[in-house]
Design a protein around this ligand. Sequence first.
Ligand code: RIB
Ligand code: CA
Length: 311
Amino acid sequence: MTKPIIIDCDPGVDDAVALFLAFSRKNDLNILGITTVGGNVPLNAVTANALTTCHHANMNHIPVHAGCGRPLVKTHLYTAEHVHGKSGLGNAQLSLALRGPGAQHGVDFIIETLHAHPQKVTLVALGPLTNLAMALVKDPSIRDKVEELVFMGGAIYEGNTPGGQAEFNIYNDPHAAHVVLNSGLKTTMIGLETTSYAQLTRERAQELLTLGNPTAKMVFDMVELMHIADLDWGKKGCVLHDVCAVAYVLSPQYFKGKACHVAVEMDSPLTQGRTVVDWHGKNSQSAQVFVTNEMDTEAFFTLLFQALSTY
Ligand code: RIB
Ligand code: CA
């Protein structure tokens, strides 16, 4: 039985690789649609990148709908062209998609699709949580249509935005994260501690070329810029953050973590966007999020390379 999912993303190099992983698992995942949110690059660019990624993978039948281009409350987006390149997909040579996004707003697409699907749907969020927050505010009844939310975002300890306090997706829209994390959805957090197990080193990146297909080559071309940026944060390779979220949906046994209370700092000028994870269970609030902190690196890369070898 395939698992119905909606992927909300801001491609973004690691988002695109996450999509390639999801696309390859046709017997496991029924991708009902892709919605885009401003993040790594502005909304028009992330939407074009989602369409291009579908085109490269011959997945043009999957609906793509543009969602929100700015956070709920903060007045501007902190984009990451310095990590993902001006296009948002690093140095990849992109062939233009032959279609545009669907006419319906991404938030409405999420709501309508959740109501229309006969089974509960798993939401996979790979960017700021603006679209999901808007959907939950506009139609709280969708909560009963969601199997689980798996999101890449947050951190138990240090972040990856200037000042080191907040992780990029939550930093960009802390208010949306607050709404989503307090919505009552069954939620799993794939934070920076977990994604640190997904560092694509140059040696592993070279192995992509041995797969001998254009998608693996596109991934190789995409990751170099992000690799350089990640070295600046003391990493040993390009951190494939979003791929971990899709890997969790496919193989949760590769992950460790525990239920914790998670709050979001929304106001402090110093720490806005920080996820405050009660890892040791010291406060009395409900542990509403399954917070992962470990992943089996070898199993993860075996999963990813097996997927990329199918193109
Ligand atoms: O902090 C990493 C996250 O921010 C990833 O989702 C990356 O694509 C960016 O959106
Ligand atoms: Ca992302």
